[in-house]
Ligand binder design. Sequence first.
Ligand SMILES: *Cc1c(COP(=O)(O)O)cnc(C)c1O
Length: 432
Amino acid sequence: MKHTTAPFTLRCIESGVLYEPSEVRYRSDSGGLLEVVHNLEALDADTLRTLWDDRLKTLGGVNGSGVWRYRELIIPVEEKAAITMNEGSTSLYRSEQVSAFTTVERLTLKHEGQNPTGSFKDRGMVAGVTAARLLGQTSVACASTGNTSASLASYASAAGMRGLVFIPAGGIALGKLAQALAYGASVIQIDGNFDDAMRLVQEVCSERAVYLLNSINPFRIEGQKSIGFEILHELRWQVPDWIVVPGGNLGNSSAIFKGLAELLAIGVIDRMPRIAVCQAAGAAPLYAGYLERFAGPPRTVENPETLATAIKIGSPVSWPKCVKAIRESKGVVTSVTDQEIMRAKRAVDGAGIGAEPASCASVAGLKKLVDEGVIGRQDRVTCVLTGHVLKDTDAVLREHAPGGSIEGLPVCAPTLAGVQDAVERAIHGEDR
Ligand SMILES: *Cc1c(COP(=O)(O)O)cnc(C)c1O
């Protein structure tokens, strides 16, 4: 591949067959998922730590990006060839309220909703769109439960490419659809669910000169690894006991594991955190597989149902990569009901942090795993909050407005007498 500074290859995760990264391909000849293989022997822990610390001091630009800061392990791209919108560098919060809710004192929350388009998808997308440009592509496409389409739309426009997004009609939160339209992508609505959209976009990309940017794309996974890099960097490379993430298509959990396994191999960290994946009960094929110790073929859920639309996926693409992450990190999988997700969301939102429903599956899952004794109250835990609270305002209104919609919110007369009752209730904390 042109404009890169170090060699890397693509490898089939099943057969081990290697492919040139300059070739446009998403699967091996035998149909297996591909992964990027970096030359880890050429990298040295002390050199990397110093380099990454130095780049932390940079404001803006490629070195200021929370993805390209770690580019030796993402795509070793020349500075001038990297696209960036200043993604990453998100906050790692501590919150007494969320600690009280989960009963885990040493809890940190990595708020990926602070990315340019409001979700962690920007980290994978910036790598994917940069790869698309290195490969000479001019059109890019994805299927999406919402956030991937918002992200693709933004990065494609920033890079001067055509963006196509396939979405299940009526199946994504309105704010995300609005982003895709606003950033200038062509929105193709499918009368079906996410899994239908995913199947179709793969067919379209295999027939037309359109580059596929779902998380089946190995470069998207490389970009998403930077969530784990940033968490560990901010923790001064002191490895937490657990990293807890929501699971939908399973790209994120796979990516965090792959990145940390590389850090471990190089010696930047000295052990692996355990990874906990939290699925919504109505869309929990991985959890079903986990219960049978992944003995059989990948499980699917025919008609996934959950109000956490970002993880409403019945046939996750990155299944084998995630199974490896669970096995090799001694990880666990759990499932949480929509009610548990919304209870966790109340805690996260009420702490002044805020996140969309799917994000709060991680906090709900943590609480459940602590109650079950799987995660200890003394353990050091990082939960990933994957998306911004504004991504799904309907979910907020359903929880907080009488009758579940904006019409249910009371309106006062524009006089002091008119607001009197509401002010009294507010002061006495009765409107909560
Ligand atoms: C995409 C997404 C997820 C799920 O991540 P996967 O990599 O598909 O498992 C969770 N939360 C939010 C907000 C998302 O956008």
